[in-house]
Ligand binder design. Structure first.
Ligand SMILES: [Ca+2]
Ligand SMILES: [Ca+2]
Ligand SMILES: [Ca+2]
Length: 150
């Protein structure tokens, strides 16, 4: 639902922005997503796999370390790790697939299946970059138009 609303807002925001602004935002997102992909392939095997996802999850599950990543845990670690702090809250909502208020193993499995768009059990770089480009574009435009909302 969030994503659907975001896409509508992106559509209207793009209508108001100049092509140049849109281009700059897209370049920034592409750069950040590429960086994110390199950081996300924790075990350096050339694809984003479930092992990587769990390594990242363990990094976020710090305070307390209880198998659930809360919004606070996620937002503070994510904002510290890259230049995408503005989308951290929106990304948390996306990752909390079952809307339980925290990210757990259950969410990670649902999320992995969502990014694996061709359903072959592997998330390729192409799938990863495509997914996060779209998501971050939506969240970033949302946060620019509605500071504090995303
Ligand atoms: Ca925790
Ligand atoms: Ca959850
Ligand atoms: Ca795939």
């Amino acid at each position: 639902m969030l994503l659907f609303v975001s896409v509508l807002l992106v559509a209207s925001a793009f209508g108001q922005s100049t092509n140049n602004e849109v281009h700059q935002i897209q370049q920034k997102i592409h750069h950040e997503v590429t960086q994110l992909y390199h950081g996300a392939d924790v075990n350096q095997n050339g694809e984003f796999d479930k092992g990587d996802m769990h390594s990242l999850f363990t990094k976020y599950d710090l305070n307390p370390k209880d198998g659930t990543v809360t919004k606070n845990e996620f937002v503070s670690s994510f904002a510290a790790a890259n230049n995408l702090g503005g989308v951290a809250s929106g990304l948390f909502l996306e990752l909390d697939m079952d809307k339980s208020g925290g990210i757990t193993d259950h969410d990670l499995n649902l999320f992995f299946a969502k990014i694996d768009t061709d359903d072959n059990g592997h998330v390729s770089k192409h799938e990863f970059v495509n997914y996060f480009n779209q998501l971050f574009t939506a969240l970033l435009i949302l946060s620019l138009n509605h500071p504090g909302a995303a």
